[in-house]
Design a protein around this ligand. Structure first.
Ligand code: MG
Length: 388
């Protein structure tokens, strides 16, 4: 087995940190090249030492001196700034884990695609906002996009690429988040602390809120349509509160292939790192007898409007997914800052989509223009709510 060179972008986030542990624990398989983080110098330095990274980049230039100091006893090359993060993505590697949260992950992901190797993609925005651009860049360079998200990893594992014509539907499962059983009236009064408690997955704040609103599933729906050759109307969302079945693929002959596992991100990360081989992970093993039952329900479009907004954005195409995503980032940040209520998140996104006219998103400039127009419009929508 030849050693795979791995870089991790977003190394201090939950996916990046889990990837780093898998890489560190399998020195016979992996060797770390570059790692990059946002602004947490201490966590980044710790991860750099764990994986013995050769190049360490931090986006926040104010953190350059602290990071250098923390890594003074290593041979690691240290750099700071957005360009340094892109530089980390450009260092030759066999697998580049792209796990920077939000639109900030876009440029580094595209740079990673240009290498023409494997991009283990956990950054939803690259596919959601800049899907046309990212897919074209990956195609040109010959890069393989490996999904790291549990749902897309499940579909990837069940999808017979050579028989795409035989696929009838794909079904994304959703936990339903912490507010699955709340009424709309109850949702109007939920607190930040309640929204941050996810029943099954341990994730960052932004994605945990997205899980509560189900915008996370909406973004995943768009991502699935980009990753797999299946049209929007053949992609279903199914609420499955136990998060044991991670997604399914239905074939024309009536067969349904599902991928199951304990809800632990280490498994989809390991799939992406080791594919087509399988590597050991220490995750809990599935004990179906102990679980007893798995349950399913249809998602409620009234209580979870984000899902409807995402589907409409996917169908409309162009810059709609980028606008949806940017407006959602701004709205979630405002909710996390206790500026708006929980139900206002989807309201702000819908207002933003309605205010801005649809435009093409076939170049990075156009994607970025849509992103900033959406941020401005969403900010104005939040200020109107605060003034009311
Ligand atoms: Mg997911």
């Amino acid at each position: 087995m030849s050693i795979r060179r791995v870089s991790i972008l977003g190394a201090t986030g939950s996916v990046g940190a889990a990837a780093a542990i898998l890489v560190a624990n399998a020195p016979e398989r992996f060797e770390a090249v570059a790692i990059a983080g946002g602004r947490d110098a201490e966590a980044l330095a710790k991860t750099a030492k764990l994986v013995n990274a050769k190049f360490v980049a931090i986006a926040d230039t104010k953190q350059y001196a602290p990071l250098r100091h923390l890594l003074a006893d290593t041979d690691a090359e240290v750099a700071a700034g957005d360009d340094a993060v892109v530089e980390a993505a450009k260092r030759p590697a066999d697998v580049i884990v792209s796990a920077i949260v939000g639109a900030a992950g876009l440029a580094p992901t595209l740079a990673a695609c240009d290498q023409g190797t494997v991009v283990a993609l956990a950054n939803k925005e690259s596919l959601v906002c800049a899907g046309e651009v990212a897919l074209a860049r990956a195609r040109t360079a010959g890069a393989t996009l490996m999904p790291v998200d549990s749902e897309h990893s499940a579909i990837f594992q069940c999808f017979e690429v050579d028989r795409a014509h035989a696929v009838e539907r794909i079904t994304l499962t959703a936990s339903g988040g912490p507010f699955r059983t709340l009424t709309l009236a109850e949702m109007a009064h939920v607190h930040l602390e309640d929204a941050l408690k996810h029943p099954n997955w341990d994730m960052g704040a932004k994605i945990t809120i997205d899980s509560a609103t189900m915008m996370n599933k909406g973004l995943e729906l768009i991502e699935a349509a980009r990753l797999f050759p299946v049209p929007e109307d053949q992609i279903d969302v199914l609420v499955h509160p136990q998060s044991i079945i991670h997604s399914m693929v239905s074939y024309r002959d009536g067969s349904v292939l599902a991928q199951l596992g304990a809800p632990d991100m280490q498994t989809p990360i390991a799939v992406a790192l080791a594919w087509p081989d399988r590597m050991e992970t220490p995750t809990d093993r599935l004990d179906l007898a102990a679980l007893g039952q798995l349950t399913f329900e249809a998602p409620d479009p009234i209580r979870f409007p984000a899902l409807r907004l995402a589907r409409e954005a996917l169908r409309a195409g162009g810059d709609r997914p980028a606008v949806l995503n940017a407006a959602n980032e701004v709205a979630v940040a405002a909710f996390l800052a206790r500026r708006i209520g929980y139900l206002d998140i989807a309201g702000v996104v819908e207002d933003t989509l309605n205010i801005l006219a649809t435009a093409p998103a076939d170049t990075l400039d156009r994607v970025q223009a849509a992103d900033s127009a959406a941020r401005t419009a969403a900010t104005a929508a939040i200020e109107r709510l605060e003034a009311a």
